[in-house]
Design a protein around this ligand. Sequence first.
Ligand SMILES: Cc1ncc(COP(=O)(O)O)c(C=O)c1O
Length: 402
Amino acid sequence: MHVKPHLFIPGPSNVPEAIRSAMDIRMEDMRSPDFPEFTLPLFEDAKKAFKLTKGRVFLYPSSGTGAWEAAITNTLNRGDKVLMSRFGQFSVLWADMAVRLGLKPQVFDEEWGVGVPVEKYAEALAADKNHEIKAVFATHNETATGVTSDIAGVRKALNDANHPALLFVDGVSSVGCIDFRMDEWGVDCCVSGSQKGFMLPTGLGILAVSDKALEANKSSKMERCYFSFEDMIKQNDNGYFPYTPATQLLRGFRASLDLLLAEGLDNVFARHNRMATGVRKAVEGWGLQLCAKEPKWYSNTVSAILVPEGIDSAQVVKTAYFRYNLSLGVGLTKVAGKVFRIGHLGAIDEILIGSALFGVEMAMRDCGIQITPGSGTGAAIEFFRETSTASDTSKPQLKLAS
Ligand SMILES: Cc1ncc(COP(=O)(O)O)c(C=O)c1O
């Protein structure tokens, strides 16, 4: 029997059956007269996933990295000063891109395990009387360390300083999983991708922009072509694209939005919180620590778990993969060998989480980590039982997972 690896990396996440079947279609004509009947409502509904009412959402045939680039090159200018912070591999890469595209970031380097230093941002913004800082960057969910940052706090820092800078948020591993409020938090560019909370294959760079970002686009002189807002807007307004769109992914995106909106975004966030708490109960039961330093940083989409001194976390990941068909996330760069990651995002429920924890326990014991069998899985079992809202045992519950 060959069982495909059970996927518990923090993206790509599992693709539910409803989305898979929505994409299993014949090729279609992306210039047909009725294509806009499909795309125009899709563009509008995409905004709901970001809690955005004005502005627009661009759908690029790229991964999240493309949407990072689109956000920068369409709204800023070479030499612009921007505020950034690095505390994990993805915030490191974003800062690297900013430099390579000609921005001048003022970067705060933080310990891996904490998030955006809101107080330092507040001080820097208050000190910037001439408004030289043109944009503030914040990684909402640092996937490398399992840390979620306070975006409302960053907005407050901007407001308190009465500062006009744009607010850029990396929501690649948070949108569609963790509470995100683009309008309320005054976010101007929110970058996401298809393969995490949207439960799709990789291949769509999803970028939500505010009206303020669209206004900034008019004075932005950076070179852009493939990612140009102007080219996109001209065609999107009529329901088309400036180049061949990834039509199957768009059909899948429709099904993804239908699932998320039918469940209700706030219910989706609560489900992720509950699944993540179950994982954290297991970590506590094992007597291990998360890379995230304090509960305020805990991520509801990914947990990075520190292994004890003398153990190589890569060995745990390898053992889980080869012996138990379980794909876990490796530790990246600075935390390589020190953490392994469990992705708990997208189409997940208690049973799926339970299977991952079961495999993790086996792999950790195989690698010499002294944990009592059942200590983590048992803690998660009790938490899930105690917090189950499925009081009616005579009806099926909402089924998202494939
Ligand atoms: C927080 C974060 N930002 C950006 C990226 C880059 O996205 P992609 O790999 O889709 O280009 C990732 C990928 O995992 C991520 O987790």
